[in-house]
Write a protein that binds this ligand. Structure first.
Ligand code: FAD
Length: 498
């Protein structure tokens, strides 16, 4: 074996998976065709759920230093200058450490993740190295790659296709991306504004012909996105006059901007029928293509990586039910993508392409009013921040309790630390009240003690929560005894010992 895991594709998802595995002490080899990270900005927003995963892998500080932090999600009308929507992430500060979204161009995210991967003794990143074929047998996976020193065969126990929408790994395991391509398209550009002009961001122009959104992602650097109905032709969409009109709608007349790059692209809602075939898994765009509306595509891919990393790490241990663990990645991430990300981005995309033409700003005004209530603010933070998903169909989650299958609330502990800081990206038992932890478990797993549980957990102490390395509650053990806790640990981690 060249490494236990081969990752094909060193985009944000492949690099995150490498870091996630390294955090659990597992070596991986990442093959990346490009000699240098792609220069285009693409994904801009990193949402709170992804931020806490990156923090687990010690990657957040570098990204925060390079990005623009937004603690609120405001939406301003470019026409009237009014703030239509105002969502403040501090409304969930009791359950979330990173109360905000980070704006970083994907080119920068990839560059920084590459730096971290290169520093890790567990990852080998081979750039300029293209995987050309993949086969698997009962013992492992063989990947043929073409690199600077010619063609070579690499062997691993498992392989993961993080090689984007045109994935050769997906092709090699006989899967395709199924779903729909929307009739509308998106035009995107990055623009530099003269420094003398300051506008609130993000700003929408809600004229009835089409919708234009501008997001400032670094001082004077703006992403401009327009969703177009099918009736607008490609040539008309990218004509200089159309671009000038979009900019005029956002920033007023005669704004002399400098265009860094621009692109017209189709919008998809597609995913592979399966995310795992034998010893091969798919993650990120290789597994699912999502609309850019809502900015969840890359985030969902990094969350795939977090779900998969610990399962691969545990699957490599002797005595673990490895096929069942990998199958649970398939079940859980399908539920998250089809039931969560696709529904959310679909609603935003349909509204963006057609909704304004029918309703103008009215729905946003109504939504803005509803969101003034604290309860709605929390709901909006959870939805936009990707904090609210739940796995209900996994064999390793006991979904009878409403907390199971959800991300653990990152509560503040007595003494000021937080649950996730204590867990540090590893499995843990959160024990509420007087819980007797079996000695063998106490030495193998972090135990976090809480005197009381928040009311919204609906638990009656004593109770023990089994939390996985990806921060998901697997099982809620009520009336916990040493025997019950040991059984729950075996169930949640497929018999893994480590
Ligand atoms: C214009 C645009 C705007 C977007 N905006 C947003 C946004 O605002 N928010 C958001 O969350 N998402 C956004 N996305 C989506 C986001 O960019 C993707 O979801 C994200 O890049 C997926 O990451 P990935 O690592 O799965 O795939 P990719 O970024 O596609 O990376 C795949 C990598 O694999 C490499 N590769 C491919 N084939 C091979 C091979 N055979 N061997 C070795 N290496 C290979 C490629 O060179 C590439 O580096 C946008 C996408 C586009 C195109």
């Amino acid at each position: 074996m060249d490494a236990p895991v081969i990752i094909v594709g060193g985009g944000p998802v492949g690099l995150s998976l490498g870091l996630g595995l390294a955090h659990l002490g597992v070596r991986s080899t990442i093959l990346e065709t490009r000699p240098e990270p792609a220069p285009e900005s693409r994904a801009l927003v990193i949402w709170p759920r992804t931020l806490e995963l990156l923090a687990d892998w010690n990657a957040l500080d570098a990204l925060r230093a390079a990005g623009m932090w937004r603690s609120t999600l405001d939406i301003w009308s470019a026409e009237s200058g009014e703030r239509l929507i105002d969502v403040d992430f501090s409304n969930v500060a009791d359950v979330l450490e990173y109360c905000g979204a980070l704006l970083v161009p994907q080119s920068e995210t990839e560059r920084l993740l590459q730096e971290l991967v290169r520093k890790s003794e567990h990852c080998e990143l081979r750039t300029g190295c293209e995987a050309t074929s993949l086969t698997q047998d009962a013992e492992g996976v063989t990947v043929v790659a073409r690199g600077p020193s010619g063609e070579e065969r690499l062997r691993a126990k498992y392989a993961v296709g993080c090689d984007g929408g045109h994935s050769i790994v997906r092709h090699a395991v006989g899967l395709t991306l199924e779903g729909v391509t929307y009739p509308g398209r998106a035009v995107l550009s990055d623009e530099i504004l003269p420094t003398a002009h300051a506008f609130p961001s993000p700003r929408f122009s809600l004229a009835r012909s089409s919708f234009v959104l501008g997001i400032e992602y670094a001082p004077s650097f703006w992403r401009v996105i327009s969703l177009l109905p099918a009736s607008v032709g490609d040539d008309d969409a990218i004509a200089p006059a159309a671009r000038a009109q979009r900019l005029q709608r956002l920033f007023g007349e005669n704004m002399a901007t400098q265009t860094i790059w621009t692109n017209l692209f189709h919008i998809h809602r597609r995913h592979a029928q399966r995310f795992v075939v034998g010893r091969v898994a798919l993650a990120g765009d290789a597994a699912h293509l999502n609309s850019p509306a809502g900015g969840q595509g890359m985030n969902a891919g990094i969350q795939d990586a977090a779900n998969l990393a610990w399962k691969l790490a545990y699957a490599l241990e002797e005595g673990t039910d490895a096929p069942a663990l990998l199958a649970s990645y398939d079940v859980e991430r399908h539920e998250a993508i089809a039931g969560g990300v696709e529904r959310y981005t679909d609603a935003l995309t349909r509204f963006g392409i057609n909704g304004f033409r029918w309703f103008g700003v009215v729905p946003l005004r109504i939504l803005g009013r509803l969101l003034r209530g604290a309860g709605f603010q929390r709901k909006a933070c959870r939805a936009a921040g990707m904090l609210g998903g739940r796995y209900t169909k996994s064999p390793f989650i006991d979904a009878r309790h409403p907390l199971a299958g959800r991300r653990i609330d990152d509560l503040i502990l007595p003494g000021g630390s937080r649950i996730n800081r204590k867990r540090a990206g590893k499995a843990a038992i959160v024990a509420v009240g007087e819980v007797d932890i079996p000695e063998a478990s106490a030495s193998a797993i972090t135990v976090i003690r809480l005197p009381l549980a928040p009311r919204h957990w609906h638990v009656k102490p004593p109770v023990a929560l089994i939390v996985r390395p990806d921060g998901c509650v697997a099982i809620v053990v009520e009336k916990p005894t040493a025997v019950r806790i040991s059984a729950a640990l075996r169930k949640a981690f497929a018999g893994a010992k480590g």
